[in-house]
Design a protein around this ligand. Structure first.
Ligand code: 5GP
Ligand code: MG
Length: 179
């Protein structure tokens, strides 16, 4: 199996580019049904979701706007309880249908932070689209509307996701190899 080394860790391919494309298409197909003519605004959560958002939005065929916020919660290979807003909401989102585009929902803390931010901005409707979901780790009560793929509780890199800043450019997903 193809492996990469990033800093002190070894990762092996676990999800191919083709499987990723199928998962993205599945999410796009459902969104195209659900938000048609709702003038939706897609909110991409930087940095991790940039590649998913880029591929997803090319498959979305209803008129829409795209905006970005930047949050950080991970340090190394584990999540931290404190979510930092590095770049916040810049648009007036009052009354809008907002689709949050996230790379991965793990414990769900980051998304909870985003939901609170959007409620404060008085949006009309929030939908959550995530490429990956870790059901074993999720501990929240809100609904995750669109899931590309549910995955085990392993640490992954590639397709936007990093280990200490590296690996985001990899076109497929690699999982941490534990010795
Ligand atoms: P949560 O707040 O749901 O625990 O974590 C969400 C954020 O943690 C994601 O947006 C993502 O940036 C990061 N994250 C969660 N799991 C992984 C993983 O397996 N690999 C990487 N690289 N980041 C992850
Ligand atoms: Mg993220």
């Amino acid at each position: 199996m193809e492996k990469v080394t990033i800093k002190d860790k070894t990762f092996a391919v676990s999800i191919s580019a083709e499987e990723l494309n199928d998962a993205v298409q599945k999410v796009a197909d459902r969104l195209n049904e659900d938000v048609r003519d709702k003038n939706p605004l897609f909110l991409c959560i930087l940095n991790g979701a940039f590649m998913f958002a880029s591929d997803l939005l090319k498959k979305v065929n209803t008129p829409c706007e795209i905006s970005f916020v930047k949050l950080a919660s991970y340090e190394g290979t584990s999540t931290t309880e404190n979510v930092k807003t590095l770049v916040g909401l810049s648009d007036n989102l009052k009354g809008r249908t907002v689709i949050v585009v996230e790379d991965i929902v793990d414990t769900g803390i980051t998304m909870e932070h985003i939901i609170a931010m959007l409620e404060e901005a008085e949006v009309a409707e929030i939908k959550i689209a995530t490429l990956f979901f870790k059901p074993e780790s999720f501990r929240r009560s809100y609904k995750v509307d669109y899931i590309g793929m549910s995955i085990p509780n392993d640490f992954i890199v590639g397709y936007g996701l990093d280990y200490d800043g590296f690996g985001r450019n990899l076109p497929q997903i690699y999982s941490l190899v534990t010795e």
